[in-house]
Design a protein around this ligand. Sequence first.
Ligand code: BES
Ligand code: ZN
Length: 882
Amino acid sequence: MSRDAVPPPVRLGDYLPPDWLIDTVHLDVRLHPTASRIIARLAMRPNPEGREGSPIVLDGDELSLKSLTLDGVPLAGTAYVVTPTALTLLAPPQRALTLEIETVVNPSANTKLMGLYRSSGTYCTQCEAEGFRRITYFPDRPDVLAVYTTRIEAEREEAPVLLGNGNPVESGAVEGTSRHYAVWHDPWPKPCYLFALVGGRLDRITEDFVTATGKKVALGIYVEPGKTERAGYAMDALKRSMRWDEEVFGCEYDLDVFNIVAVADFNMGAMENKGLNIFNDKYVLASPQTATDADYANIEAIIAHEYFHNWTGNRITCRDWFQLCLKEGLTVFRDQEFSADARSRPVKRISDVRLLKGHQFPEDAGPLAHPVRPDSYREINNFYTATVYEKGAEVVRMLKTLLGDEGFRAGMDLYLDRHDGDAATVEDFLACFADANGVDLTQFALWYAQSGTPQVTVSGCWDEAGRSYTLDVVQTLAPTPGQSEKLPMVIPLAIGLVGPDGADMPLTPDDGSNAERGVLLVTQPRQSFVFRDIAQRPVPSLNRGFSAPVKLTTDMSTADLLFLARHDSDPFNRFDATQTIALSHLVQATAAARAGAALPAPDALVAALGATLEDGTLDPAFVAQALSIPSETDVAREIGEDVDPDAIHHARTTLRQAVSGALAPALAAIYARHAPAGIYSPDAASAGRRALRNTCLDLLAAGGTEESLARAQAHFEGADNMTDCFFALSVLAHAAPQAREAALAAFHERFREDPLVVDKWLALQAQIAEPQALERVRGLTQHPAFAWSNPNRVRALIGSFAGLNPTQFHRIDGAGHDLVADAVIDIDGRNPQLAARLLAAFKSWRSLEPVRRASAEAALRRVAEKPGLSPDASDIVGRSLG
Ligand code: BES
Ligand code: ZN
């Protein structure tokens, strides 16, 4: 292979079982800041299902090999080969044997934050997907399951807390030294990506949890010294998650202890290591003064998510990384359901769908599109995507819609029982639902294989004389990278026919299909559904609850949409009806803006928003969602090509101004009526009231009147919690340039010691839709609070600029693209995963108008040409450029 040859991609079709199995792993880890020593004792045997007579090939990355023995005997130098990526025993005896491997790594120099590294002095690990190979030589693949025993040793001063997977076995002093040790044993066989250890000076909170069958579990949450008061909400969320999983899925916890450690430097949100979850501290630490309602909701969801992996991911893991959605899509579905039960189900669904449309739909429509189960990859780290996660969760949700609550639970029960202890596949998963329900899921499985968002076009026709109603449904799926031909999908379309009185009509389908539950089964390219005994013209409510992740097009009139906005019994479609009207106006207004014209805000839309605002029967959190005008990204996605972000911004700002003007009295009244009552509580109902009040504040300020800005200033100064304080600061920063600097300075002064709050301050400034944003972001990279080495800081500043400030990221002079490309090039040398994730912000570059498209392409090419670009970044850049 030539010097810069790219290794070939990994293909699903090439899967082979491992040649060697590992029954037990004994790790002896001696922590040291620059030279941590790991002795791994592996009890191995040939896999009867592997290839006979195989060498032992162990993965490795940036390891220094110190010694190697086989059954206690040092191996001759000719018996093995070490390369930068592997240790190969050329001709091992074909029987059970024990390898002992000694490696040394430098955790302080580990800036990739994969393997063993340090965060504020704490030793910690991150092994998913392929980080264990940075600790010791090992078959680093999820289908090699072993029982681990880990002895961790460190200076007592430096690391008084020593944590591992499983249950604590023993601990004590290392005689005659200043060191101590702890031994942990995990009885459940696991893949090495679930391995973890922690050593550090940490404070903790503890509680006991008693499982459904009466077993006591000691729960611990470990945080940086002095931060224990901020861990209480996470502990509460953990206990509620544990109970919920017992009640809803019959899943009980299976160890004596469950620990969570919060660290400040972490590439992802959190990690489900067996019995020892490691979290980005952003998703653990919360207090009313430092966390917003959204932060509390995220903490609850992510604590739940990682905990739920204990069954869906850990007890049943993935055979290979192509099956990632098997654990991630399913576990996202589970955490969504948990949050829906803990909070408002409709509001949770609305925000999940917004996330899906905002992140996954653009991914599916661009050069990075891939199936929920990809069939090839160059860098697995780049496949922890919205498609695998969010669309993966939608696919599980569709199974539930198709099979009903009981059929779904039967399938899950079978899966948890049949595959406990396995490294499973998507086929295994689907077979459980098929077997438990006696159904054929062959066509349904296309959801895992075909990328792209299906287009579903529906038109309805009422036959007055025949008293029938017909829905004609057409589905199409456009070609995506690597997939030119597509097959029709199974689309569970939940629907209702809403009568003139606003009530759902009984559904009497002609064909006896399962429309009783209100779900049409669309399986053909074109299909018609006829309903009988329809005496009055109904308004169809389609894809209720967003039952299928498709792009729906209808010929519905604005009047019918307004009718749904007021009367639909399905809250999602009630919300969506107004959004559809607003979006179609914004698309037209954007076209007008590009032609130098302006479109007035449609009266019907303003009236609908006003009616929602004044409907006292609605949940405030729902009203807050329903009042929000579709985002600039929503509009760009709807336009799809030749996108001009400035024109979109102009159209949206104009609409918000008009709504503000027209609804000012009502907005002010609702604002006043939702003034805080009593002390801050993060519960959903209180958060909903704040969300509505803050939405009113924001819409009022969009009018730009003196009065509305004074109100925002007062809101900022009077806030007794971070939700209100930060929301008011955002309003001032976006809408009140004259008040902006003072407010930002006051906020910084007050919270400068708190990195997680400083992140909010950085992120907000990066999002200001003004040309000065670029210089501001550049300047902030020099601010003492900023650090290129910390992923949270980088995502707050650079990630927010690239992902949430479309007009400035896509500046017509290309300076925004250049700023992000420069940052990526710089970060890539230190932390390739972080660089690759930032780079993915270019994913919709092809849909830009020609000038911006050219500058995005030039920026991507510049990244591509950087000598020594990481595989992570070069994979993204390569696929982006197509
Ligand atoms: N297993 C992942 C964490 C992970 C992702 C490790 C990628 C290595 C590479 C974890 O369960 C996860 O999915 N975390 C999410 C948050 C979750 C709530 C969707 C994350 O970190 O963003
Ligand atoms: Zn996960």
